[in-house]
Design a protein around this ligand. Structure first.
Ligand code: THU
Length: 160
């Protein structure tokens, strides 16, 4: 038996104003998208914005459903929309923001496991890693330089 230690690297910014201006702009797009989320059941609104290599920004927000599992997270709404419009798009970065209608969220909200797996698929099929920035409604912003930092031991098509 031997142990394997996996190290991940995350950067923490104390607020949005510490981010590069281009990422502040991307996060603002995610905030705008978040406001249009359809989240009557959880009252938890999430917005995501993708910066594409072309310069375009694609956004998404969570879409809930009375049949709960039929809903979809903001990150997957955004990335599937980008993939459906432009299958060859390079995703440079993603900004994620979440707001609860019950309390002020100051803790950065990372993408859920299923969204990490979907993000992994898109990162694996392009060359550059995807930078992921996530936050709550206000406060700290966490940056991962790659999906691999959020999802060690990625399952991808090489196993098939
Ligand atoms: N949600 C997202 O949109 N992204 C995540 O990564 C975590 C969860 C949504 C799904 C659901 O509409 C609500 O937040 C509460 O789970």
């Amino acid at each position: 038996m031997k142990n394997i230690k996996i190290e991940i690297n995350l950067e923490v910014f104390s607020s949005v104003s510490e981010l590069p201006v281009s990422i502040q702009r991307l996060m603002n797009k995610a905030h705008e998208a978040r406001e249009n989320a359809y989240a009557p059941y959880s009252r938890f609104k999430v917005g995501a914005a993708l910066q594409l290599g072309s310069g375009d920004i694609v956004t998404g927000n969570n879409q809930e459903n009375a049949a709960y599992p039929s809903g979809l997270c903001a990150e997957r709404v955004a990335i599937f929309h980008a993939g459906s419009q432009n299958p060859d798009a390079i995703i440079v970065s993603m900004a994620i923001t979440a707001k609860s209608l019950n309390s002020i969220l100051t803790t950065p909200v990372p993408p859920c496991g299923a969204c990490r797996q979907v993000l992994a698929e898109y990162e694996v099929k392009q060359d550059p890693s995807i930078e992921i920035y996530f936050m709550g409604e206000t406060g700290r912003v966490v940056k991962a330089n790659s999906v691999k930092d959020l999802l060690p031991l990625i399952f991808d098509s090489t196993f098939l």
